[in-house]
Design a protein around this ligand. Structure first.
Ligand code: PMP
Length: 284
């Protein structure tokens, strides 16, 4: 049975429990990370830990553990589960409190590390490419709930995901409050136009994906021009190639959006190149 790390102790999965009064449950008050394990190593662990602490800082949640000990907790949990390839879910909740909103009335934040198997898109999805739709649900306004916070409140994304699934798709594009392309429900978005790689700028109101950053680095190293800029649906429909990035998805081609074929309707050469390079980087 898999082992879950909670506040410094390992529990069998079935015994891993926290209070029903935890504000993580009652209000989605907390932050998290999703981290990939390749060959027994946590990919870009430092970046994930840094993003976790930045998210926590934004919601004024003081994590009762220094970042180095948090990293060690992740590594210990990987080892305790003897996991070679998999996925880590790192969660920090506000802690148990009263039924009011006030975070000050919550006791100690709960730190949870779960190790699980990775659920990928099918091999066929990568071979043929994904078909996606634009959701009617816009991404949270940055002044309402900034998407840079990887918070436990994912309803914005879940509402869009429901639309994707109803449309028979695995992902959906979310626009921002200005009608520009923001990101997908759990992935960042890229397109290729005349050899140039384009992706929405962080100010579009998106999560700063670790995979997104890795792909930008790989592209620049391969002398591909990268532009972070405002993009609209027109840019997606008229792109030569399109793909999404995420810890679970890695680099996944998109070949159709809202019933329009993108490019020739097949995964393009730059998408394939970056997917292979990302594979190599992750598994090196
Ligand atoms: N956007 C959102 C909303 C996400 O939830 C995720 C996945 N956590 C991403 C983008 C991709 O980020 P990363 O590459 O760090 O997994």
């Amino acid at each position: 049975m898999s082992k879950v790390w909670i506040n410094g102790k390992l529990f069998d999965k079935d015994d891993a429990k926290i209070s029903v009064f935890d504000h993580g449950l009652l209000y989605g008050d907390g932050v998290f990370e999703g981290i990939r394990i390749y060959g027994g190593k946590a990919f870009r662990l430092d970046e994930h830990i840094e993003r976790l602490y930045e998210s926590a800082r934004h919601i004024a949640l003081e994590i009762p553990l220094p970042p180095e000990r948090m990293s060690q907790a992740v590594l210990d949990t990987i080892r305790a589960n003897a996991k070679i390839d998999g996925y880590i879910r790192l969660v920090v909740t506000r802690g148990a409190g009263t039924l009011g909103l006030d975070p000050k009335r919550c006791s100690n934040p709960q730190i949870i590390v779960i190790v699980d198997d990775i659920a990928l898109y099918s091999a066929e999805s990568y071979e043929r490419g994904l078909s996606i739709v634009t959701s009617s649900i816009i991404r949270n306004h940055p002044n309402a709930l900034n998407a840079r916070i990887k918070s436990l409140n994912y309803l914005n994304n879940i509402l869009a995901k429901i639309e994707a699934v109803r449309a028979g798709c695995q992902e959906a594009i979310m626009l921002n409050h200005n009608g520009e392309v923001a990101e997908c429900t759990a992935d960042n978005l890229f397109l290729v136009k005349r050899g140039i790689l384009r992706t929405p700028h962080l100010v579009a109101g998106i999560l700063e994906g670790i995979t997104r950053n890795a792909v930008i680095e790989l592209a620049r190293a391969a002398q591909i021009t990268v532009q972070e800029m405002a993009l609209t649906r027109h840019d997606i429909y008229s792109a030569d190639e399109c793909f999404l990035t995420g810890t679970a998805a890695e680099v996944a081609p998109i070949v159709e959006c809202d019933g329009r074929l993108i490019g020739n309707g097949k995964p393009g050469p730059i998408t394939r190149q970056l997917r292979e390079q990302f594979h190599r980087l992750a598994r090196q």
